[in-house]
Design a protein. Structure first.
Length: 79
């Protein structure tokens, strides 16, 4: 693997790890905001809960992509 390609892969890995951390933080922030009010469930909370789950799924997918790319890069480097 060329040096340029390896640097590109490493930057992709770092970017996707940052994306997953940001999405995880955002979903935690939104879920805390949903838990704090003691009022009964309102109509805006249902889409917000769905948004939290979508953000969590996106965070998991970004993290998995980063780990898969990292593993592939490690395997190619050790050949």
């Amino acid at each position: 693997m060329t040096e340029k390609k390896m640097k590109e892969q490493l930057t992709k890995i770092a970017d996707f790890k940052q994306y997953s951390f940001i999405l995880l933080s955002l979903s935690a922030f939104l879920s805390i905001g949903l838990l704090i009010p003691s009022a009964p469930i309102t109509e805006w909370q249902v889409p917000a809960v769905m948004a939290v789950f979508i953000l969590l799924i996106a965070a998991i997918l970004c993290h998995r992509y980063a780990m898969k790319t990292s593993k592939r890069l490690y395997e190619e480097d050790n050949k």
